[in-house]
Write a protein that binds this ligand. Structure first.
Ligand code: UDP
Length: 316
């Protein structure tokens, strides 16, 4: 879609706000919704006088009402960091179920396409590596992380039920660990934690022994992947991430080197059900969407470190 009227739920979040920028850059009109429970209005401050953007503070679990035509509904609304969704367990389940339902109904009544941001967490602690979209996952359905994992799995199920029942044009991506400017310093994710700790000279907290792996995608690549999905007729789900895999210890060493920090490394207990390994199989993204990540970890981290440094001690 090169232009049109787009509703973005979760528009004040880390990914949502970058997505809004990209859509406005394509000359779309954007109606942004956010309850600001984990997103920040500061992420949208630069758009205050942009006539193509309007913001509505609302919780999509209470229902959604948008005047006028809508071409595309993009659902990025959810706590997404483990620290956030463990703090907001019921809200996380509600936004994936009731919130998704409200946005799907909006898409249906407006005859709009529907984009759903799902997650690599649908694979749980995966027994298959790397993870391709055909893998059904290994999720503990009652563990602490289930509030997010099952919420997103339900969100996917609901999306495809709407497609089958109502013929809705749906597009589902599964996001793998993404990082970059506008991450909250207190959202608890490993990249922001390590950078903020390194810049403050505080101990760098590795959970477990640091041998668990993740594959980190820079935000600009992730957003370009979303747009490739929007432009394509594919319904997904399609993995969008970076398939270069690192241990958490390797990430800590890289952050220490790039910041020149003297922070010591300390080891803390591994959270329950923390996945041991994660790497996307990007075959579908490459072959169907003709998309792949371009920004490698060292460059992306340098850009993210520069963002946190520019906050000048006002790291929030
Ligand atoms: N982690 C860590 N130290 C931190 C934060 C996270 O070692 O300060 C680990 C966490 O246990 C997990 C990995 O880093 O193994 C990625 O965690 P994150 O919360 O960023 O995302 P997840 O992939 O678990 O959703």
């Amino acid at each position: 879609m090169k232009s049109g009227r787009v509703v973005v739920a979760g528009c004040a979040g880390f990914l949502g706000s970058h997505l809004v920028d990209a859509l406005l850059g394509r000359d779309c009109e954007v109606i942004g919704l956010d309850d600001l429970s984990t997103g920040r209005i500061e992420n949208l401050a630069h758009l205050e006088s942009n006539e193509k953007f309007s913001f509505m503070r609302s919780d999509i679990t209470d229902g959604v009402s948008v005047d006028g035509t809508v071409d595309l509904v993009m659902n990025l609304a959810s706590p997404a960091s483990p620290v956030d969704y463990l703090r907001l367990p019921l809200e996380t389940l509600a936004v994936g179920s009731q919130g998704s339902l409200a946005l799907l109904e909006l898409a249906r009544t407006k005859a709009a396409a529907y984009f759903y941001s799902s997650t690599s967490e649908v694979y749980g602690d995966p027994l298959v590596h790397p993870q391709s979209e055909g893998y059904w996952g290994n999720v503990n359905p009652i563990g602490p992380r289930s509030v997010y994992d099952e919420s997103k799995r339900f969100g996917e199920a609901l999306t495809f039920a709407y497609q089958r029942t109502h013929g809705l044009d749906v597009k589902v991506v599964r996001i793998f660990n993404t990082y970059g400017p506008r991450m909250r310093s207190d959202d608890g994710r490993v990249v922001s934690n390590f950078i903020v700790q390194a810049l403050r000279g505080e101990p760098i907290t590795i959970y477990g022994d640091g041998s668990q792996t993740r594959s980190f995608c820079f935000v600009d690549d992730e957003i370009n992947g979303f747009l490739a999905m929007v432009d394509h007729g594919a319904h997904g789900p399609i993995n969008i991430g970076n398939d270069s895999e690192f241990t958490v210890s390797e990430l800590a060493e890289l952050v220490v080197r790039l910041t020149g920090s003297e922070s010591p490394i300390v080891y803390e207990p591994l959270p329950a059900d923390d996945p041991k390994q994660r790497r996307p199989d990007l075959t579908l993204a490459r072959t169907v969407l003709n998309w792949e990540p371009k920004v490698m970890l060292e460059e992306g981290l340098s850009r993210t470190i520069a963002y946190f440094q520019a906050l000048n001690g006002d790291i929030r």
